[in-house]
Structures are given as C-alpha cells and as structure tokens.
Design a protein around this ligand. Structure first.
Ligand SMILES: Nc1ncnc2c1ncn2[C@@H]1O[C@H](COP(=O)(O)OP(=O)(O)OP(=O)(O)O)[C@@H](O)[C@H]1O
Length: 576
C-alpha cells in the first residue's frame, strides 16, 4: 500500500481536513448518547422543563456540528481520491510510453489497459473507503471502547468474547479473498484481450462468418470472470449479514444482563441506553473496519499490478545525457548486426547483417516473408536493441544517442499505417508538431495525398475516425508517408509502405521523393520489385541472412533468389 501512500501524502492539507472532520463527527456521535443518557436519567429524577430544553438545544447544536464534520470528510475524500488517481494514471501513462516493444510484448497491451483503467479504479474505491471510514472508524473504535468501560464495567463482559471472534473472521475472509481478487483481475485482462481482438478484427470475423466462434470465445472468458467475481462478491456480501447478526446478538445480551442490573439498581435506564449506543458504535466501527480490511486484498492485487508497471524498467535505455546533435547527417552503417526477440530464447532472426548508406542513397531490402526485413527496420529507431554487432549512425552507436534525438532524425513509415483520431492536420503534425500549413501542403503533395485531401469537405481539417478507418488503405499509406515527410528527417524508413498504392501513384510518389530526399538516406522494404528498381543498392534477405547485394541489374544476373522474385513480377523486357 506504499503506492497509495506515495500519492496520498502529496495532499497533506486535504488529509488534515479529513482528520479534523472525522474528529468532529466522532465527537458528536459519542457526545449525543451521553446527553441522551443524562436527559433520560434527569427526567426520571424530575429535572425541570428549562433544563430539558437546554439539553435538547445542545443536542441540536451537536447534530449540526456532526453534519459539518461529515461534510468535511466527504469533501476531502472525494477531492483527494479523484486527484490522486488522476495523477497516478498520468504517471502510468508516461511510464508506459517509455516501454520498448519488449515490455509491451511481455506485459500485454490489454493487461496494461486494465491496469490503467480498472486497477486504478479499484485503488480509487479503496482509498475512498479508507479515507471515508478509516480515520473515523479507528477514532470511533477507541473512543467508544473508552466510553463503554467508563459507563459500565460489569456489562462489558458481554463484549469481550465477541471481538476475537470478529477479528478471526475478518482475517479468514481476507485470506480467502486474495487469490480470488488476483484471478478476477487476470480474467478481466482476458476479457479485454478478447474484446480488443474481436472489435479490431471485426471485418475478418464477418468475412469468415466467425461471429458465433468469437461469441463463444468471449462467453468462455466472460464466464470465467463471472464465476470468480461471484465467489468473491458472495464472500464479501456474506460478511455483512454475519457481522450484523453478531451485533444484534450482543445487543440482546446487553439488554438481558442490563435488565438484571436495572432491577438491583446498579444501573440507570439512561445509562443503559447510552451503553447500548456505545456498544453499537463500537461494533459497527468494527464492521466498517472489517469492510475496509476485506477490500484490502483486492486493492493490494491492483496496487501490485500497477506497481509492476512502475517497477518495469524499459529494456531500451533512453540515455537522457546522450548525443543530441551530429556534424554529419544521413550516414548509417550496420556492423555484423544480429538480433533475437526476447521470447525466441536466443535464436537469432537476423544474423551478421552488414551494409552502409549515405545521404542521397536509397537502400532496399527484399526477401521472402519472415526473412527479417521489418526486424531490421525496427532496430534503427531502437524499438529493439541489437543483440550482436552494432549500428552506427552519423558516427555514433545508436545506443550513445539521446533516444528522442535519435528518433528525431528518422521518418518511420510502418508496414501497417496507423493514424489517430483527429483531423488530417493533427495527424500530419505528429511528424512535426509546429508544421505550418504550407509544410503540410508540401508533404501531402510529395506523398500524392493532396488530391484526396482536397476532395474532403473539410480539407486538412477533415476528421479521421479511430485508426483512420474512414480512409482507404492507400489513402492511409499516403498520409503516413506525408507525416514522415513533413518532418524532413535525415533517414526515411519505408517498411513496405507502398504496398497499398497503385503502380502509377507508387511511381509518382517515388519520383517526387527522389527529388525531395537528396540529402536524406532512404531505406525501403518492399515486396514489389517495381518499387525498388532504381535503388542504389538492393539487399536480398533469406532466413535472416544477406544472400545477395547489388543493383537491380547486377542482382538479376548474379542472384537466383532475386531473379525468381523479379521474374514472378516483371515483364520479359524489364528482366532483360
Ligand atoms: N515481436 C516478435 N516476437 C517474436 N518473434 C517475432 C516478432 N516479430 C517478428 N518475429 C519473428 O521474426 C522473424 C522475422 O520477422 P519480420 O517481421 O522481420 O519478417 P519480414 O521479413 O518483415 O516479413 P514480412 O515480409 O512478412 O513482413 C519471423 O520469423 C517472425 O515470426
């Protein structure tokens, strides 16, 4: 729970208000029965009307004071818990943004979503409960015990066996609920995962008529969640009737024993009424304490899951003090680069890759699927770090750079175009946050996006829905290219980014790019030979290794794999 405390302690003043409010409220709650006892005992003893009125006025004043105390607690609690969870979520978001792909693969995107949303919500509920009930419950428990023993020691015998019983019950329930809480959150991760997959893959599901299959998958994870939740909630819900029952039994026992004491004259009726009220407060405080205690395992599981995110260190060191600027621009060199994904147990997916390129050059990668092309591209912006060899950019190892400065040098166009909810202009400004309208127009022109943007009713202000789903595949690709162009980077990485373009647009785009990228290095992954015909160097990959290197013409003559790929795509005369 140190995680909650870390945030709560930032709000010392609000916390103080909470304690003050709780003190006021407890003082009133326990003061009223004392006044009531005096009133009843006094009335029986025959005190006058004016004295009775005085006590009633005091009781009224106390009630208002109590209301003020409760209101203060309500205000402080709401303010503190909502603010602290908002801060915690912001911190979580910032932390997650530092993660490399390795951490995303390991923790799982759906699980991270659950942690930021549901786990944080559970902590908010728990903190609210603790702050609303915690302080006043502890105060009430101690104060009411004091009053109980002050009022009648002989009656207190009734309460002694009740408390160990209640305490042991709370501990057992706490122990039982922890594994259930853990299972509940894991099952929620699974619900999120299945839901995410089903919604993002809706078109595929419909095309293959797999709605029933997906519904069945969802039902399974949903049922698992419900089963665990049912057990957990039943356990928690059952506690309240049990405790209420014990409280009622104790009150009956007090009345029973008290009636004997009344008969012998050892106890006054007003004192017994007050005693019952104090006992009720003491037992009720215990019940509140039990509720907080039972919520604890659930909150501890969520806190643990959130803490795990905070404790996760990105495998990519962002090297804040690293190199920010370089004298040269656009030089890159791979020296014996090898890489294996963390879950591949050391088996390299690329091995001993060597190549170099400079400004104005275009280097292309081609090869069978799974040969490691995208993997190589992802090593350049350090989405992953090489596991062997090194990559030198403008004279420095990539790892020596300040990570942000390194990525500023690169315009990365991923294999799958990804756009964000917002306007077309908002999306282009992802490339350069202060891009002028002129710069955006130019970038769109180069990437052959102008025509379709101008066709839109709102032009650059046209709203894009989630993931750019209201655009065609080719339009999305052109926008994601424009997003990189607007940055004017030293290195362009096109990871199979022309695949959704028709041949004519593909050619026009490459012609424009060639003129605009005279001082930048262009690295292209392509499936289509026509997209890389004019590259200065084409590297042919097979099973993670370089099996050919040269220009289109050279490779046609010397490399069988390249020739096979080219002959399957080009006309006879283009092969000659
Ligand atoms: N995140 C990952 N974790 C583990 N293995 C991965 C991961 N991403 C890719 N791989 C594996 O690495 C190998 C190379 O994948 P990569 O995506 O680089 O191939 P590619 O040449 O770009 O393929 P394609 O042309 O189909 O896009 C494949 O065997 C793939 O299964």
């Amino acid at each position: 729970m140190s995680l909650i405390w870390k945030y709560v302690k930032r709000y010392k003043l609000v916390l103080l208000l909470n304690v003050i409010g709780s003190f006021g409220f407890v003082f009133v709650e326990l003061g009223l029965p004392t006044m009531l006892a005096n009133l009843i005992n006094g009335t029986i003893a025959g005190i006058g009307q004016s004295q009775i009125r005085n006590v009633i006025i005091w009781m009224l004043a106390f009630t208002f004071f109590g209301f003020f105390g409760r209101s203060l607690v309500a205000y402080a609690t709401s303010r503190l818990t909502t603010n602290m969870i908002a801060e915690m979520r912001n911190d979580l978001f910032s932390k997650i943004q530092t993660f490399s792909h390795e951490e995303f693969d390991r923790l799982g995107v759906s699980s991270l979503v659950t942690r930021v949303t549901n786990d944080a919500f559970i902590l908010m509920q728990f903190s609210q409960m603790v702050l609303r009930l915690g302080v006043s419950t502890i105060l009430m428990l101690f104060a009411s015990f004091y009053m109980i023993f002050q009022t009648s020691r002989s009656l207190s015998i009734v309460l002694i066996p009740a408390f160990p019983f209640l305490l042991i019950s709370v501990l057992i329930i706490g122990k039982l609920s922890r594994p259930l809480s853990e299972a509940q959150q894991k099952n929620l991760d699974n619900i999120n995962l299945t839901l995410r997959e089903s919604l993002t893959g809706l078109r595929v599901i419909r095309a293959f008529v797999r709605e029933k299959f997906q519904s069945a998958r969802f039902s399974v994870v949903n049922e698992a969640y419900s089963t665990v939740s049912r057990r957990l909630f039943y356990l928690m819900a059952w506690t309240q009737p049990l405790f209420s029952h014990v409280i009622n039994l104790i009150i009956i026992a007090i009345v029973w024993m008290g009636s004997d004491l009344l008969e012998t004259g050892d106890l006054q009726i007003g004192t017994m009424v007050a005693y019952i009220e104090y006992s009720f407060f003491a037992l009720y405080s215990f019940l509140n304490f039990a509720i907080v205690f039972m919520m604890y395992p659930r909150a501890a599981v969520s806190a643990g899951r959130i803490q795990e995110v905070f404790d996760t260190v990105s495998s990519i060191d962002s090297n804040e003090m690293g190199i920010q600027g370089t004298k040269t621009h656009g030089f890159i060199q791979f020296e014996n680069v090898s890489f294996s994904y963390p879950d591949n147990k050391g088996t390299p997916v690329i091995e001993n890759i060597n190549f170099s390129a400079g400004p104005g050059q275009t280097i292309a990668f081609i090869g069978s699927t799974g040969s490691g092309k995208s993997t190589i591209m992802q090593l350049i912006p350090r989405f992953y770090d090489v596991t062997g060899g090194r990559i030198i950019m403008d004279g420095y190892d990539l790892r020596d750079y300040n990570l942000k400065a390194l990525r500023q040098k690169i315009g990365y166009i991923p294999q799958k175009s990804l756009l964000f909810t917002g306007s077309i202009a908002d999306n282009l400004r992802y490339g350069k946050f202060n891009a002028t309208h002129g710069e955006m127009e130019e970038a769109s022109d180069i990437s052959q996006a102008t025509d379709f943007i101008l066709d839109k009713a709102e032009k650059f202000e046209e709203h894009l829905s989630e993931g750019g789903s209201n655009l065609s595949g080719g339009q999305k690709q052109r926008l994601s290219i424009a997003r990189a162009v607007v940055r004017r980077p030293d290195f362009y990485i096109f990871d199979d980014s022309f695949s959704a373009l028709d041949y004519k647009t593909d050619q026009q785009l490459r012609n424009r790019l060639k003129k605009e990228t005279l001082h930048a290095t262009v690295i292209i992954v392509a499936q289509r030979v026509s997209s890389i015909l004019h590259a200065d160097k084409i590297i042919v990959l097979n099973e993670g290794r370089v099996v050919g290197e040269g220009t289109h013409r050279e490779l046609l003559k010397t490399n069988k794999i390249y020739y096979d790929i080219a002959s399957s795509q080009l006309r006879e005369e283009e092969l000659a």
